[in-house]
Design a protein around this ligand. Structure first.
Ligand SMILES: Cc1cc2nc3c(=O)[nH]c(=O)nc-3n(C[C@H](O)[C@H](O)[C@H](O)COP(=O)(O)O)c2cc1C
Length: 339
């Protein structure tokens, strides 16, 4: 779990304190607020420092650039983090912007208090701060000012050095790790098809066609999902719970490729709707209603495929499936980056 507690414990805390009061004029359910904050897609960083000879680091997506002259950046640190004292007492820190194949590093540094640097390759920078290797970019900073901000502090750093590579960045959106893939100019945002480009010279490249087809399919899948009334995160958890009956949330978590906060949110909603129950041993059980939902989901997806391939003969579809499998074998993608 990101904050060190067992996922299943947190579900119970969530459900008993879901309406916990927050300070200020308006009271919100903090979990819903967190979920909606998470709609803003960000990169993923690991912020590192050195504290009394110990290497310290946490996964962080609250990073933002602030100023060019002077060169400033910011990030916010949760007061409840074990590393809170290390960071607020530090003179230096580094922001390591993770590359798209560094999900495992993000997960490692999101675990509270664990020995996060074991097996991690890093160098030492200004103030002896660890600088992770093979990242997309690194900023080495001197702490400029720390502002109080509710249950977080905002740390503003002065950039003293920076470096970057061509490695594609890791993106975090709606509780999931995703890739940044350039959008093809096939549709305008209002769905106007007149912007289609039939004779694009790039269409000579099969890989470009594959990417563009992927975007079209993604849109259809998300339409289908919203018709069924489940979000991607909910459908991932429901499908995986159905496929691996008798598992606990901690066992299902890596199969869903969701962040722990996102799986807790999805579990809460699915329980409220009666699709899942958690038995006294912490095992997740898909109810009859949940199984109906999984079947509806599968049927809708099958219909979608039939529609997509309506002009192809079964042997062409089979040949296409083989081509896709062979691409995946020759250029294996890391799991969890798309549906
Ligand atoms: C994608 C992602 C982004 C996160 N962003 C932040 C952040 O901006 N600030 C923060 O304090 N914690 C953030 N966290 C949570 C910390 O990484 C997590 O609580 C970590 O366990 C803290 O470690 P510590 O308790 O050892 O200090 C994030 C977690 C994830 C998965």
């Amino acid at each position: 779990m990101a904050d060190g507690r067992d996922v299943t414990d947190v579900v119970d805390v969530v459900e008993s304190k879901g309406e916990a009061a927050c300070q200020g004029m308006v009271k919100f359910d903090p979990l819903q607020l967190r979920r909606v904050f998470g709609k803003f897609a960000t990169g993923v960083t690991v912020v590192t420092t050195e504290s009394n000879g110990r290497s310290v680091g946490i996964t962080c997506n609250s990073f933002s650039s602030v100023s060019l002259e002077p060169p400033l950046l910011l990030w916010s640190l949760r007061k409840a983090n074990l590393s809170y004292d290390d960071f607020v007492n530090a003179k230096h820190f580094a922001v390591n912007i993770l590359a798209s194949d560094q999900i495992d590093i993000s997960s490692k540094f999101a675990k509270s208090g664990a020995d996060k640097f074991a097996g991690i390759k890093f160098d030492r920078g200004l103030g002896n701060v660890p600088l992770l290797r093979d990242t997309t970019a690194t900023f080495e900073c001197k702490v400029d000012v720390i502002h109080e901000a509710g249950d977080h502090v905002v740390i503003i750093g002065r950039v003293m050095a920076f470096a970057s590579s061509d490695r594609a960045p890791l993106i975090f959106s709606d509780g999931r790790y995703v890739d940044a893939i350039e959008r093809p100019p096939l549709r305008t945002s209002d769905g106007d098809q007149s912007a289609a480009v039939p004779e694009d010279p790039l269409h000579q490249f099969v890989s470009v066609l594959l990417l563009r087809a992927f975007h079209s399919v993604i849109e259809l899948l998300s339409e289908a999902r919203s018709e069924i009334g489940v979000t991607i995160n909910e459908s991932r958890l429901l499908t995986v719970a159905d496929a691996y009956p008798g598992s606990g949330l901690d066992e299902l978590l890596p199969r869903t490729y969701l962040a722990s906060s996102a799986i807790v949110d999805a579990l809460r909603t699915l329980r409220q709707r009666g699709y899942l129950v958690v038995d006294p041993a912490g095992k997740i059980v898909v109810t009859d209603l949940g199984q109906q939902k999984v079947r509806a989901y599968n049927t809708r997806f099958k219909d979608l495929e039939n529609y997509l391939f309506r002009s192809l003969a079964p042997d062409q579809i089979e040949a296409f499936r083989k081509v896709l499998l062979s691409i995946m074998k020759s250029a294996p993608s890391r799991p969890g980056t798309s549906h």
